[in-house]
Design a protein. Structure first.
Length: 110
């Protein structure tokens, strides 16, 4: 189960969820692992664009990937959803806000 430990992880998590394509990917993966080619076809999306979205989801630890050897002898990459349950409220934000490194870097730039 995914736990958010600091403000930067919270930002990555929220940013990953802020795109309709990534929400669709999560929805599809909630039914089980998918090979990249299957996922691209189901979404009607090019593989390069799909990989960009999958990278955002992986950076936020929402999905993981692995390789599998198919019967044809080819290696195929697949993705699976990592379980998560986030209760987003003012208490969590207040608790994690002091750990934001982006906030500290912004002050240094001003």
């Amino acid at each position: 189960m995914k736990h958010i430990n600091n403000g930067d992880e919270l930002l990555l998590f929220l940013e990953a969820l802020s795109n309709p394509h990534r929400l669709r990917i999560i929805s599809i993966l909630s039914n089980g692992k998918q090979y990249v080619s299957q996922l691209a076809r189901e979404l009607g999306m090019s593989r390069p664009l799909l990989y960009l979205h999958l990278q955002k989801l992986e950076d936020a630890n929402l999905v993981s990937s692995d390789m599998e050897l198919l019967e044809s002898g080819k290696a195929a990459k697949y993705y699976m959803l990592n379980s998560f349950d986030l209760q987003l409220n003012e208490e969590l934000i207040s608790k994690l806000e002091p750990t934001l490194t982006l906030k500290k870097n912004k002050k240094m730039e001003d």
